[in-house]
Design a protein around this ligand. Structure first.
Ligand SMILES: C[S@@+](CC[C@H](N)C(=O)[O-])C[C@H]1O[C@@H](n2cnc3c(N)ncnc32)[C@H](O)[C@@H]1O
Length: 274
C-alpha cells in the first residue's frame, strides 16, 4: 500500500487516546484509520467513493470489529453520519484531502492526465449525475474560464476554455489533453495537472464540502478535541484558516507542517484545537 503523505505527523498531532473516538473523514486506502486503531482509538471512517469502502484493506482480524465503523458518505454530512451511528462526542477528526494513489492510477475515472484512455468522469460519488464531460458540455466559455481561473489560477484559462468548447469531441482524457496542447501550442504537464485538478474540484464541490465538514465537526467534537487537516491546495488551506478565525479557534502550531511533494503538489498539515 502507498504510504499517505504526512501520515506519522498527522497521527502524532491527533494525540490518540486509548478507547478515544476518532473520525477519519477521508478513509481512502485506510492508512490513517489503521494507525489510529493500532494506537487504541475507535474509528468511524467515511469515504465518498464507494469503491474505496468496498475494497478489502485490513487483515480479517482488524476488519469488521467494534473499533472500526466504515461508512460511504460525504464528510459534508459528518454531524449526521456521526449521530446516526451514535459516534459522538469525538476526541478528534482527520481530513486528508484530495485523492488517493489508487483513485488516480486505477479508478478509470479520468482523474489523471496520464490516463489517456480514461473517460472524463471525475466523480468521487458515483451516484452523482454530473460527470466532467457533461460539465464541460454544459458550461459556457465564460463559466468554464471562471472555474479554471478560480481553482487552478491558470493564466491561459480563457484560451483553454475556448478550445475545449470548440472541440468536436470531449469524452476521454486524451481529448482534454489535446485541447490544452492546442490552446498552449505545446505540451505542458504542469498545466494539465492544474486543469485536471480544477475540474475535479468543481465536479465534486470540494471546497463547499470542506466548509460544511469543518462546521459539522464543531457539533460532534469534545472540548480539547483536535482537528487535523492535510491540504494540497492554497484555496483549501484558506478555507481552514477562515474556519479557525470565524470560530475563534486556535492552531496548535503557528506554522503548518509541510509534506513532501506528492502528485506534483506539496502538502500542508494544520492542527486545530477546540
Ligand atoms: C488522500 S485520500 C485519503 C488517504 C487516506 N488518508 C489513507 O490513509 O489512505 C482522500 C480520500 O478522501 C475521499 N474524499 C474526498 N472528498 C470526500 C468527501 N467530501 N467526503 C468523504 N470522502 C471524501 C476520497 O475519495 C479519497 O479516498
Amino acid at each position: 500500500m502507498h504510504t499517505p503523505v504526512l501520515l506519522q505527523q498527522a497521527i502524532e498531532k491527533l494525540d490518540i487516546k486509548k478507547d478515544g473516538l476518532y473520525v477519519d473523514a477521508t478513509y481512502g486506502e485506510g492508512g490513517y484509520t489503521k494507525e489510529i486503531i493500532k494506537k487504541g482509538g475507535k474509528v468511524l471512517a467515511i469515504d465518498l467513493d464507494i469503491e474505496q469502502i468496498q475494497k478489502p484493506k485490513f487483515p480479517p482480524k482488524m476488519a469488521g470489529k467494534k473499533n472500526l465503523n466504515l461508512i460511504q458518505g460525504n464528510f459534508a454530512e459528518i454531524e449526521k453520519i456521526a449521530k446516526e451511528n451514535n459516534f459522538f462526542p469525538v476526541d478528534g477528526v482527520v481530513f486528508d484531502l484530495g485523492l488517493s494513489m489508487n483513485q488516480l492510477e486505477n479508478s478509470g475515472r479520468g482523474f489523471s492526465y496520464k490516463k489517456l484512455e480514461d473517460d472524463l468522469d471525475m466523480r468521487l460519488d458515483l451516484s452523482q449525475e454530473m460527470t466532467a464531460k457533461e460539465l464541460l458540455r454544459k458550461l459556457t466559455v465564460f463559466d468554464l474560464t471562471e472555474i479554471l481561473e478560480k481553482y487552478s489560477e491558470e493564466v491561459n484559462a480563457k484560451k483553454i476554455a475556448k478550445v475545449i468548447k470548440n472541440s468536436q469531441k470531449m469524452e476521454k482524457v486524451k481529448d482534454l489533453v489535446l485541447a490544452i496542447d492546442k490552446a498552449l501550442g505545446k505540451k505542458d504537464e504542469k498545466t494539465y495537472a492544474r486543469i485536471f485538478q480544477a475540474l475535479r474540484i468543481a465536479i465534486n464541490h470540494e471546497f463547499e464540502n470542506l466548509e460544511k465538514g469543518l462546521a459539522g465537526v464543531l457539533k460532534i467534537i469534545k472540548k480539547g478535541g483536535r482537528i487535523v487537516v492535510v491540504t494540497f491546495h492554497s484555496l483549501e488551506d484558506r478555507v481552514v484558516k477562515k474556519f479557525v478565525l470565524q470560530n475563534h479557534l486556535k492552531f496548535v502550531d503557528k506554522k503548518p507542517v509541510f509534506g513532501v511533494k506528492s502528485f506534483e503538489r506539496s502538502a500542508k498539515l494544520r492542527t486545530i484545537i477546540i
